[in-house]
Design a protein around this ligand. Sequence first.
Ligand code: NAD
Ligand code: MG
Length: 336
Amino acid sequence: MATDTQALKNARIAVLGYGSQGRAHALNLRDSGLDVVVGLRKGGPTSFKAQEDGLRVLEPAEAVKGADLVAVLTPDMVQPKLYTDVIAPNLRPHAALLFAHGFNIHFKTIASRADIDVILVAPKGPGALVRKEYEIGRGVPCLYAVHQDASGHALARALAYAAGIGGARAMLIETDFKEETETDLFGEQAVLCGGVSELVRHGFETLVEAGYKPEIAYYEVMHELKLIVDLFYEGGLTKMLTFVSETAQYGDYTRGPRVVDAATKQRMRAVLDEIQDGRFAREWTAEYAAGLPNYKAYKQKDLDHPIEKVGAALRARMPWLTPAPASAPPALKKAG
Ligand code: NAD
Ligand code: MG
């Protein structure tokens, strides 16, 4: 398996979108010696940022016209229209269309032209980490896949792109669009975003309703989570269990399964079923098309939760926790 950028050495890469993933990919590919342009709408929220980072910025259609590989790194919900309006009419035959998440190909909201490669390189981490790891000579593990190979070089291009963003320095794992899409959605819904935030919220509410100080509840169930997750990241359950006390371990073994139990797992299975049969994708696509009425209300409810009030006050007294953001957060974030 090639782990270098050779297959893209003479290629022009157009990165569409300059948010979390777009910025990290464009800068890493450039620093790997590849020819990168960024396709952004003039006056758009991030085109100034890309220019400031020293990248060449073109209108999206112009960027696509000259490219051998187009990386689609706009939000998932804007990709179908971007494909129809800008990419499909301008992409060269045998060029490659690359995604960092398989949503639109897997759920068929983009029907790609038959004469192009369709490939996936999905870093298993947020863009800021993809950039930070690259800068210190490491990388973030990536999944890669080929959906369509019109050029005969689709796999080589995917691997070269993964090498260019630093993924090959860490680990590359082969997958397909179905597996990447379904596991990614499940991870963020059941565990990473949905599961963890509900666990934290309920833990905080339980302590505060029982009369404990919100500040102490915040440290217990939100702040200290990082210490545990860092141990998971470095050495799994084994390392976590070596670093916590025997008392904490006994509480973990006997109380943990009472909080998250077989019924939770059944509901996780139901969440996975809705991903697999397309119900989630249809619901989210309709919500987006309707102007995000429920999304906005859900988000406001999270922002208004007491844990956010006490958290903001405490974090303001711990300025070392929040480094200056690399770029202003876009209006609509996809996590995970
Ligand atoms: P983002 O929201 O951070 O950034 C989106 C960018 O697209 C912004 O620069 C925005 O200005 C631009 N944009 C929006 N509409 C546009 C349009 N019509 N034309 C051109 N540009 C437009 O997005 P993101 O989180 O980096 O997600 C990009 C892709 O990466 C998605 O497919 C996502 O699923 C995937 N992904 C994200 C993460 C993550 O951690 N954020 C991880 C893995 C994969
Ligand atoms: Mg994800």
